[in-house]
Write a protein that binds this ligand. Structure first.
Ligand SMILES: Nc1nc2c(ncn2[C@@H]2O[C@H](COP(=O)(O)OP(=O)(O)OP(=O)(O)O)[C@@H](O)[C@H]2O)c(=O)[nH]1
Length: 360
C-alpha cells in the first residue's frame, strides 16, 4: 500500500503566522474564555434584574433565548485551542449577545429602560488581541448591533447617548489593541529567538543534542504510524584533534562549520541534523531504508572529502543504522547503534561508511 503523502512544507512567512496565531491562542485563550463567561453571567443577571423590575414571564422567556447557545459557545471555547475556531467562537458570542440585547428591546412593550450596551464590552474586548479583521468585525457589531432596537424604540436621546458611549469604547479598544498587539508580537519574537538559541548550536547552526532527540522522537512516532523506515547517520570528523593542535581552534571551528554546511546541503527538508558532541554530528532520515541510507551516507562522505582545512582535506567516518517499519526502536537506541557503527568505521581505517547490525 503506498504511504500517505506528507503535507507540503509551509513557507517561512506562513509558518511564522501559524506559530504566532498558536501563541496568541495559547496565551489569550483562557482570557477570552473568561470574558465570554463573564458576558454570559452579565446577560443572565440583566435578565433577572428585568424580572425583578416587573417584566412579564413571556418577555423574560424571549430574552432567555440567546442564553443556551451562548452557554454552548462558552463551553466550546473552553475546549478549543485552535486559533481560527477560537476567533470564530468569540465573534459568535458577540453576535448572540447582540441578538439578546435586541430581543430585550423588542420584547418589552413599555420600551427598554436600558439598551444594555455595557454587556458588549467584555466580549467585544475579548477579540481585541486577535487579528485585525476580527477586531474590525467585533467593533462594527458592537457599534451597529443594538441600533435596530434603538431605532425601534424611537428614542433619539438614548440613541445619541449610546452612539457617544460606543465611540468612546471603540476608541479605547483600538488604542489597547494597537499597544497590546505590538507588545505581544515583540514578546513572541523574543521568546522565539531565545528558544532558537537554546535549541541550536551557536557555531554550526544545527540542532543541539536534546532538541535533536526530542524532534527525533516525534519523527519516529510519525514514521511508525505511516509504516515507513527511518535511518540514522552518525558522523565523526577524522583526526580532528590534529587540526586543532596544528592549526589552532579557529581552524577547527571553521572545519566544523564546513562539516555542518555539508550535512545541510545533503539533507532534505524532512531530515533532522544535530550536533551530538564536539566533532560528532547525526542526521535522522525519516522514510529512508537501508539501501537509500547507504547511498546518502556515501554522498555525504564524498561531500565532506571535497572540503578542506588549512592542512588538507577533511574526512569523516559515518555509521548507519536503520529502523524498519513496525520496529519499536527508540531514537536513542537508533543513535547508539549508528554510533557503534561509526566506531567500527574508525577501527577499519576511517573515511568510510559502516552499517550497524540490525536491532534485536
Ligand atoms: N575547534 C574546536 N574543536 C573542538 C570543538 N569541540 C570539540 N573539539 C575538539 O575535537 C577534538 C576531538 O578529538 P578526539 O576525540 O581525540 O578525536 P579525533 O582527533 O577526531 O580522532 P578520531 O575521532 O579518532 O579520528 C578534541 O581535540 C576537542 O577539543 C569545537 O567546538 N571547536
Amino acid at each position: 500500500m503506498p504511504a500517505p503523502a506528507a503535507k507540503p512544507p509551509l513557507s517561512e512567512d506562513a509558518a511564522f503566522r501559524r506559530d504566532y496565531a498558536g501563541y496568541l491562542a495559547q496565551r489569550m485563550g483562557p482570557m477570552i474564555h473568561a470574558l465570554m463567561a463573564l458576558a454570559l453571567c452579565a446577560y443572565l443577571l440583566a435578565v433577572v434584574v428585568r424580572g425583578l423590575l416587573g417584566a412579564t414571564p413571556n418577555e423574560l422567556l424571549w430574552q432567555l433565548i440567546p442564553a443556551p447557545p451562548m452557554l454552548l459557545v462558552v463551553i466550546a471555547a473552553r475546549q478549543c485551542h485552535e486559533p481560527l475556531t477560537l476567533r470564530m467562537l468569540a465573534l459568535l458570542c458577540v453576535v448572540l449577545l447582540q441578538i439578546g440585547i435586541n430581543l430585550t428591546g423588542f420584547g418589552s412593550a413599555a420600551g427598554v429602560r436600558q439598551p444594555l450596551p455595557g454587556l458588549l464590552l467584555p466580549v467585544a474586548s475579548s477579540v481585541i488581541w486577535f487579528g485585525r479583521w476580527d477586531f474590525l468585525i467585533a467593533m462594527a457589531l458592537c457599534a451597529l448591533g443594538p441600533l435596530p432596537m434603538l431605532l425601534h424604540l424611537g428614542d433619539g436621546e438614548r440613541t445619541l447617548q449610546y452612539s457617544v458611549y460606543m465611540a468612546i469604547s471603540v476608541s479605547l479598544a483600538t488604542v489597547l489593541r494597537a499597544f497590546m498587539a505590538r507588545t505581544l508580537l515583540e514578546q513572541f519574537k523574543l521568546e522565539r529567538l531565545l528558544r532558537e538559541r537554546a535549541e541550536t548550536d551557536g557555531l554550526t547552526g544545527v540542532l543541539l543534542r536534546n532538541r535533536f532527540l526530542d524532534l527525533g522522537r516525534i519523527a519516529l512516532h510519525e514514521t511508525q504510524q505511516l509504516r515507513q523506515p527511518m535511518a540514522m547517520l552518525f558522523l565523526d570528523a577524522d583526526h580532528f584533534k590534529r587540526i586543532n593542535d596544528e592549526y589552532g581552534h579557529a581552524a577547527g571551528d571553521a572545519a566544523l562549520v564546513a562539516l555542518a554546511s555539508r550535512l545541510r546541503t545533503q539533507g532534505r527538508r524532512r531530515d533532522l541534523i544535530g550536533r551530538i558532541g564536539g566533532e560528532e554530528f547525526a542526521m535522522l532520515l525519516p522514510g529512508v531504508d537501508l539501501e537509500q541510507a547507504l547511498v546518502r551516507a556515501e554522498q555525504l562522505r564524498l561531500a565532506v572529502a571535497a572540503s578542506h582545512h588549512p592542512g588538507g582535506r577533511l574526512s569523516a567516518s559515518i555509521g548507519v543504522a536503520v529502523c524498519t517499519p513496525g520496529c519499536c526502536d527508540s531514537v536513542e537506541s537508533l543513535l547508539a547503534r549508528a554510533d557503534l557503527a561509526m566506531r567500527q568505521a574508525k577501527r577499519e581505517g576511517r573515511d568510510r561508511v559502516v552499517t550497524a547490525l540490525a536491532s534485536a
